[in-house]
Design a binder for this molecule. Structure first.
Ligand SMILES: Nc1nc2c(ncn2[C@@H]2O[C@H](COP(=O)(O)OP(=O)(O)OP(=O)(O)O)[C@@H](O)[C@H]2O)c(=O)[nH]1
Ligand SMILES: [Mg+2]
Length: 396
């Protein structure tokens, strides 16, 4: 399966059917009067949330969509048939934007949620409609109007409460495997994870939250190194980020420096995202003794100038993960209650999300433009679209 999280499509609604000019012609009925029917309405185009989808790959192959036009009216007062609506399914978490104005038309979060993106044309009127006391035989009718047409940008950002952030090999996928039923691949080489994975963490029978595991970030990611930073946009919906730091990196690098590198990339991507609630999680505690762990924690805290929550876990051994998940659940519930009771806090949160997403969009667009320019400078004939930037092969 290929994971595609961006697509540009063109949607055109159906045209309204024309009205008809016709007169009743029957034996023994002279001057039967007008009987031209109205046209049918054009079909509209809708975008609809579908929980069985998790990629927009289909919109890479077919990019033009047109709803059915209404049929023209006919004699004997027959109205034309209306065109059927066209419903385009998208994964939950898809934001729909008007490509030319950049306006956000809607955000699809639930299965079955529908958004009208192109209104079908209105039907034309038949000559029967123009009949009046002074004009009993009108030769007038009206044409159906054109359907709306639009270029849309579809942008998928996974729906999760908690996002995992860290260098490759920090143990993000191992952690999500330890706390949820998700089974992303784990291996001791960088960039094992190529697409975002979601896991549902069940804290008890009735309480759960969703965690997103995204590909690791490396130094220079904001300039396109590694898999780049475009996956960070998937963290813009999260309520809290977990920054995973490996306390015993294989290459012997300093965990403090490594942690700072990730935060620098985060800041380059979106300053608002970098200011979001974030918890520090030291991982692989099974590989070091208590004293080394404590020294490492101090170094990381000092390097980051950190004053937020710090957790120490071993994702492999499942040590410390239960407490971490319990605290996350409580935090999320408290935050939700606050947003419910405090309209101002909820509005501030909404604005922060909008801001992050806007910053993410601008950053990704700038990167794509830089890549296209670099390719042009190399004289490459290839399509300078964003395709290779967003299509990633998914291997199990
Ligand atoms: N000893 C030990 N090894 C761990 C722990 N967590 C992860 N690992 C190992 O670290 C390596 C990388 O783990 P992954 O979960 O694939 O790391 P990741 O952060 O998802 O890496 P990318 O997908 O490449 O970004 C694997 O070999 C894991 O077995 C841990 O708590 N203790
Ligand atoms: Mg991984």
């Amino acid at each position: 399966m290929k994971f595609v999280d961006e697509a540009t499509i063109e949607v055109t609604a159906g045209k309204g059917g024309n009205g008809c000019v016709s007169f009743r012609r029957e034996k023994f009925v002279p001057k039967g009067g007008p009987d031209g029917g109205d046209g049918g309405d054009g079909g509209s185009v809708y975008i609809e949330g579908d929980d069985s989808l998790n990629t927009m790959i289909d919109y890479r192959y077919t990019r033009r969509f047109r709803a059915e036009s209404g049929e023209a009216g006919r004699g004997r007062n027959c109205s034309g048939k209306s065109g059927s609506d066209l419903v385009l399914p998208v994964p939950l978490g898809t934001t729909v934007l008007d490509e030319s104005s950049g306006e956000i038309l809607g955000d699809i979060r639930e299965a079955g949620e529908r958004l009208l993106v192109a209104q079908g044309g209105f039907h034309g009127l038949g000559n029967t409609r123009y009949k009046s006391s002074i004009n009993r035989a009108p030769r007038q009718s009206s044409p159906g109007s054109e359907g709306e047409s639009r270029q849309l940008k579809l942008e998928l950002k996974v729906l999760a409460d908690v996002g995992l952030l860290g260098l490759p090999n920090a143990g993000k996928s191992t952690l999500i495997r330890a706390v949820s039923a998700a089974t992303p691949k784990v291996a001791d080489y960088p960039f094992t994870t190529l697409i975002p994975n979601l896991g549902v963490v069940k804290v008890d029978a009735y309480r759960s939250f969703v965690v997103a595991d995204i590909p690791g970030l490396i130094e220079g990611a904001s300039e396109g190194a590694g898999l780049g930073i475009r996956f960070l946009k998937h963290l813009t919906r999260n309520r809290v980020l977990l920054h995973l730091v490996d306390v015993a990196p294989l290459d012997g690098s300093d965990p403090g420096q490594a942690a700072c590198a990730v935060i620098r990339e985060l800041e380059a991507f979106s300053p608002t995202l970098a200011r979001r609630p974030r918890w520090l999680v030291l991982n692989k505690t099974d590989l070091v003794d208590e004293a080394t762990l404590s020294a490492c924690r101090d170094r990381v805290v000092a390097a980051l100038n950190w004053s937020g929550p710090v957790y120490s876990v071993s994702a492999v051994a499942g040590r410390g993960t239960e407490r971490l998940c319990g605290d996350l659940m409580t935090y999320l519930e408290e935050q939700q209650a606050r947003f419910r009771d405090d309209a101002e806090a909820a509005e501030t949160e909404r604005l922060a999300q909008e801001q992050m997403q806007q910053e993410a969009r601008e950053r990704i667009a700038a990167l794509q433009a830089a890549r296209a320019q670099a390719r042009q400078a190399l004289g490459s004939e290839s399509d300078v679209g964003d395709d290779d930037d967003v299509v990633v092969e998914y291997r199990h």
